[in-house]
Design a protein around this ligand. Structure first.
Ligand code: FMN
Length: 351
């Protein structure tokens, strides 16, 4: 029984967003204190077999924090101390915004899932940029997930994304164009060729490298092909597959599945892994695999499907703060039993 097994019932007695606030307050309060060093010693798995590179970045291990957990870039140091090999902060938008009315985050406990319709609540690019410029950033890559401000019309999206990059990009190791969150009206239309080309082209002109795009699992196959053609044409640095889904698999049991928003966690795991495979088959760019990763088997399946690194969010809620350590330890066991000397040898072996 872990400490989190004791703490979880108390957290789960609170509304999901309140519990998230409690968890992140604790992480903020301990960041930069001796607790961070102790966490580091206990939770970081230092092993050369897990260290990997992708889009010019060196990752100490392939397990990262997905966007949305640290929307305002307040916790990268502590998240790295929990053993994560990279941290993607954001989604940050040009404008500071409150997001949708609460409640807007729901646990589907029986399904080990979350539905959220946060709507890019964040402090905005000016505040986050200032924070990043002053922060002692951890020794792991930090990515910037950029979203579109709700008030900005779709045809002005390129400048909106550019503004955020210009305020925050200097302090991070890679940037991500997020055109796949289901909670900003019209956002996902920006995944179509012309709109995507305009946004990515504007960011590349502004010097955004490495630049990745994050796609939705709800895109029809032809639209994914179109987006990947833009990725190839612009020689983008990578694809993140995938964001949350508005679909509701028939297997769901929790009543909260009826809430509007994007579904994440265990029920999207296999679809997301299939999406990783699809992307990896069609492009040569690195793939970041995300969606339902909660244990070493799930992380390993995404890596074997072609993901250079993986990310998770929902598993932090259900498995707790030791999840990165547990996955990294399990990955080492799986590499060993499959006869791989290094995690990079496992990337794409199932393709
Ligand atoms: C509450 C919440 C907020 C999120 N916010 C963002 C966001 O701002 N930008 C983004 O690209 N993805 C966001 N995501 C999606 C995650 O980054 C990830 O793609 C998705 O949750 C699937 O991974 P998981 O099953 O490990 O949670 C959010 C997810 C959750 C649960």
């Amino acid at each position: 029984m872990s400490l989190y097994d004791v703490v979880r019932p108390a957290l789960f007695a609170l509304p999901a967003e309140t519990a998230h606030g409690v968890g992140t307050s604790l992480l903020r309060a301990t960041q930069g204190t001796p607790v961070e060093r102790v966490a580091c010693e206990r939770l970081r798995v230092d092993d050369a077999r897990l260290a990997t590179t992708a889009f010019g970045q060196s990752f100490p291990n392939p397990v990262g924090v997905a966007a949305g957990f640290d929307k305002n870039a307040e916790l990268p140091g502590m998240l790295a101390a929990l053993g994560f090999g990279h941290v993607e902060v954001g989604g940050v938008t040009a404008e500071r915004q409150p997001g949708n009315p609460k409640p807007r985050m729901f646990r589907l406990r029986e399904d080990r899932a979350i539905v959220n319709r946060m709507g890019f609540n964040n402090h905005g690019a000016d505040v986050v940029g200032n924070r990043l410029s002053r922060a002692a950033l951890p020794g792991v890559p930090v990515g910037l997930n950029i979203g579109k401000s709700k008030v900005t019309p779709l045809d002005e999206a390129p400048d909106d994304y550019r503004y955020t990059f210009e305020r925050c990009g200097e302090w991070v190791d890679y940037s991500v164009v997020n055109v796949s969150s289901p909670n900003t009206p019209g956002l996902r239309e920006l995944q179509h060729r012309d709109a995507l080309e305009a946004i990515l082209g504007t960011l590349l002109d502004a010097g955004a490298r490495p630049l990745l795009v994050k796609l939705s699992p709800d895109l029809p196959e032809a639209a994914v092909e179109e987006a990947l053609a833009v990725v190839d044409d612009l020689a983008l640095d990578g694809v993140i597959a995938t964001n949350t889904t508005t679909s509701r698999p028939a297997s769901l049991r929790s009543p909260e599945q009826a809430e509007r928003g994007g579904l994440s966690g265990k029920p999207i795991e296999h679809t997301a892994t299939g999406f990783v495979k699809f992307v990896a088959r069609r492009t040569d760019v690195p793939v970041v695999g995300v969606g339902g990763v909660s244990d070493a088997d799930g992380a390993y399946a995404k890596i074997r499907a072609g993901a250079d690194v993986v990310q998770l969010y929902t598993a932090l809620v259900y498995e707790g703060p030791t999840v990165a350590r547990d996955i990294n330890r399990g990955l080492l066991e799986r590499l060993e039993s499959d006869g791989f000397d290094h995690v990079s040898e496992a990337v794409g072996v199932d393709l």
